[in-house]
Ligand binder design. Structure first.
Ligand code: SAH
Length: 224
């Protein structure tokens, strides 16, 4: 029985746990987009957590990844991804690469992902990890992502995975017409996900669920 399951799963010992994570933590809580659910099924989360935390990789919670940073809870990753409405031809900018897990989920769904991480050793580790796993539509940059990356703009989607006091103006400005931006906004302790959709010069804003993220530190975020 065990050998059969293992063979069907292409030798991934965590495939069964990952299916359970998607069914119980994500689909059961209302994430419906089949492309997002498939991306969550396809992304090996255990490869994005430190070796000693592998057994907890599919638990319903964030995990520490070093440098006082965390990999977000699986449900939050799926929820934010769905909110972003990623399309197959999109170029998405992510702020806060961290482990590279959210980057990988996006890479399954869009044409190209540009991601920026403030902590240089995390950026370097994520770049190597994503390359080892064969993701070739991703560019990882080290630096302050609150200013975005104007040289590659505009972006069809911008996803911020750290929480700022407000949505950075530079990021709004780098959204394509019709583009969506998702960012946790609020005080240091607890925030709300905000979705901004650009229609020409108009920016529509929608407040979504409450959340808790590590701080977005930088020029247009919190000051360290
Ligand atoms: N998306 C990540 C979660 C990362 S936690 C994952 O899937 O693992 C948030 C990350 O944002 C941290 O790694 C933190 O260092 C980074 N960060 C904070 N402020 C930033 C900024 N101004 N620019 C880029 N990254 C930033």
């Amino acid at each position: 029985m065990w050998t059969r399951r293992r063979a069907q799963n292409g030798g991934d010992p965590f495939a069964h746990e990952r299916e359970g994570m998607v069914d119980r933590q994500i689909a059961a809580r209302g994430v419906r987009d089949p492309r997002v659910l498939d991306a969550m099924r396809a992304t090996p989360r255990h490869r994005f957590v430190p070796e000693r935390a592998r057994e907890f990789a599919y638990d319903d919670r964030p995990l520490e990844i070093g440098h006082s940073q965390t990999i977000s809870q699986p449900y939050i990753v799926a929820f934010m991804t769905e909110l972003l409405e990623p399309g197959p031809d999109d170029h998405v900018l992510e702020i806060g690469t961290g482990s590279g897990y959210q980057t990988a989920v996006l890479a399954h769904l869009v044409k190209r992902v540009t991601t920026i991480e403030r902590v240089a050793p995390l950026a370097e580790a994520a770049r190597n990890r994503l390359a080892d796993l064969g993701y070739c539509n991703v560019a990882v940059h080290a630096g302050d992502g609150t200013r975005g990356r104007p040289e590659d703009a505009p972006y069809d989607g911008i996803l911020v995975t750290a929480a700022g006091p407000r949505v950075p103006d530079s990021l709004r400005a780098q959204l394509a017409d019709g583009g969506r931006l998702v960012c946790p906004v609020g005080p240091r302790e607890t925030q709300r996900l905000v979705k901004v959709t650009r229609h020409g010069d108009r920016f529509d804003e929608l407040a979504s669920i409450g959340c808790v993220f590590v701080p977005l530190l930088g020029e247009e975020g919190w000051h360290a």
